[in-house]
Design a protein around this ligand. Sequence first.
Ligand code: NAP
Length: 463
Amino acid sequence: MAIATINPATGETVKTFEPLSNEEISLRIEMAEQAFTAYRHTSFAQRSEWLHAAAKLLVDEREHFGKLMTLEMGKPIAAAIAEVEKSAWVCRYYADHAAEFLADREIGTDASRSFVRYQPLGVVLAVMPWNFPFWQVFRFAAPALMAGNVGLLKHASNVPQSALAIEDILMRAGFPKGSFQTLLIGANQVEHIINDDRVKAATLTGSEAAGASLASAAGKQIKKTVLELGGSDPFIVLESADLEAAVATAVTARMINNGQSCIAAKRFIVQESIADTFSQKLVEKYQALKVGDPLNPETDIGPLATPTILHDLDAQVQTGLREGGKLLIGGDPQAVPTKSIVALQHGNFYPPTILADLPPESAIAQEEFFGPVALLFRVPDIEAAIQLANRTPFGLGASAWSQVPEEIERLIDSIEAGSVFINGMVKSDPRLPFGGIKRSGYGRELGVEGIREFVNIKTVWMK
Ligand code: NAP
């Protein structure tokens, strides 16, 4: 995949970049290792000051960075600006709490004193996706830098300018040269970095295939990894739910980021008794969504990030129809109204779509749909809902709607996922651990758990 900014709303190639050679990569790793020798001894107070400065730059320049993300991957501009603000939040959060999260932890034993000390590992590689170009990186960088690690970023090939902007922000904030570097490289150069002894650990957010490839390379080198992979989150609505709130949230939860979020609600599992009303209301709300230019503040849904994503999503919907699914709305990329606007004719637009009644046992019902397509299923009761919710290889998040305490307890207990949100949509929050089980990956980002992933948890015992 070429490293380039290609406007997904118009198909125009805006800027291309040459990937670094292996020799250049080696020099950058050298710089990172050198930086680590001094950086690991900086104080929490000093790192916190730099991270607060980064947060301030993000907030001050949020419109500029928001436009850059929209240009590179097509998210609506308001969401892009909100993402920059959320990135500032995670910086402030770890700047304020890292010292407490990584303080020595006393444990009573037979020793005169025994405790745990958290120490940085060194150079950590982050392989990141394009869907939240700033947020994904800052939620890695903020805890990693506060813990005393240094970072190397291999960002997705379609967001190179966002990737460069992030290194620039951290350097302008005062972090030492070499403590955070963006490497413009292809996916095929990642293994070379993993194999380098100077690189101690890696994290990847992206597809299962990329995660498996990185983790197997790291496994051969006995290096720690964290994987944040795909999801096909269920959104369960039971009879007792507040239906208006559930439907309104269902729209946002599916359409966030033009439908391209790992934790977007993807499978709507609705109790039979309310299924007709729910689907009718959902269709009405989908009809009202505006698809178009993501820089226009009135737009709800912009283009998909690349032509390949558009093609793959369309193919999945066609397969779903062949396997017995029914379209309640959408399903034809040629029929998106924006196609009539000349400037947007070559954009990767896909209409809001609802595919209902797919046979749950079909292979396509187990897949992740990465775009504005909702799968709608009907179930007789809570047990059937839980069974269907868990009938997927993924286990990232789940949203469940009920007002019956026993049902809520059963849902929390039985859903196989890294998070369960009751009567609300799944979202990430710097204060809460985030991650998945099953094929959605392992390890956690954010919260206290996130900052303890890339540290040596050193046990100290003193006589
Ligand atoms: P992707 O193809 O896996 O790309 C993600 C990153 O991995 C990119 O930087 C990509 O580089 C790199 N990459 C691709 N193949 C690789 C390989 N074999 N070895 C090493 N690196 C490799 O993912 P995507 O399809 O663009 O992103 C969407 C996926 O990410 C979805 O499944 C989504 O659910 C998941 N996601 C998960 C989370 C989470 O927190 N769990 C968050 C966001 C997205 P190139 O761009 O150069 O190919």
